[in-house]
Design a protein around this ligand. Structure first.
Ligand SMILES: C[S@@+](CC[C@H](N)C(=O)[O-])C[C@H]1O[C@@H](n2cnc3c(N)ncnc32)[C@H](O)[C@@H]1O
Ligand SMILES: [Zn+2]
Length: 171
C-alpha cells in the first residue's frame, strides 16, 4: 500500500512527518523500524540521549530497544506532542518471543492532509527528572496543554488498552 505520509521540515523540531492523504482514526500508519539492540548494548553505546535530549531509540520491551539510528524508516522522524494525533502501540508476539514484538504508530483521531503526525513519547528516565533534565528534554509542540517537557511524570506507568494492545513509551 502506498504510504500516506511524508517526512519534511517541521515547526516543532527538525524533520517531522506529515499526512499526504486523509488518515482515519484507528488507522495503523507506520511501523517503527530500526536495529534491535539489548538495553545493555544501548547503555554501552554512544547515542548520548540523556545528555542531548535527542533520541531515535524506542523501548520495545524489557529485553530490547529499537535503534532507528540504524535501519530506521520514516517513523523515526515523527515528533512528540502533548496533544498528539497518534499513539504508539505494541504488538506482542503471540509466541512470546520478545525479538518479534513490534511497534506501530496509529491515528487516535482523523488526520487531514498537511497535518503533522505526533504521539506522546512517554519518556521517563531512570534518574530524577530535575529541572535541568526537563529543560534538556524541552517540548516545543506548541499545544495549549504543553507541559514544556517531553519527560512524563514517573507515576505514568504503561497502561493496557482494550484488545491486548499496549501504549508504548519511546525511550
Ligand atoms: C525521533 S526524533 C524525531 C525527529 C526529529 N525532529 C529530528 O529531526 O531528528 C526525536 C527527537 O526529536 C526532537 N523532538 C521531537 N519532538 C519534539 C518536541 N515536541 N519538542 C522538541 N523537540 C522534539 C527531540 O530532540 C527528540 O529526542
Ligand atoms: Zn508539548
Amino acid at each position: 500500500m502506498p504510504s500516506k505520509i511524508v517526512a519534511r521540515r517541521s515547526e516543532i523540531h527538525g524533520n517531522g512527518v506529515f499526512a499526504k492523504e486523509p488518515i482515519h482514526k484507528g488507522e495503523r500508519v507506520v511501523q517503527y523500524k530500526g536495529k534491535l539492540k539489548t538495553h545493555a548494548e544501548v547503555d554501552a553505546g554512544d547515542t548520548g540521549d540523556v545528555d542531548s535530549g535527542h533520541t531515535f531509540l524506542f523501548t520495545l520491551n524489557d529485553e530490547y530497544v529499537i535503534d532507528a539510528n540504524e535501519r530506521g524508516n520514516v517513523a523515526r522522524w515523527i515528533n512528540h506532542s502533548c496533544k498528539p494525533n497518534c499513539e504508539a502501540v505494541l504488538d506482542e508476539d503471540e509466541g512470546g518471543d520478545p525479538r518479534k514484538d513490534r511497534v506501530f504508530i496509529e491515528a487516535i483521531r482523523d488526520i487531514e492532509p498537511g497535518e503533522e503526525l505526533s504521539y506522546n513519547y512517554g519518556i521517563t528516565l531512570a534518574e530524577k527528572h530535575t529541572k535541568e533534565l526537563k529543560q534538556v528534554w524541552a517540548c516545543l509542540c506548541g499545544a495549549k496543554n504543553c507541559t514544556g517537557t517531553m519527560l512524563q511524570p514517573k507515576k505514568d506507568k504503561k497502561k493496557k488498552k482494550k484488545g491486548g494492545k499496549k501504549r508504548k513509551k519511546k525511550a
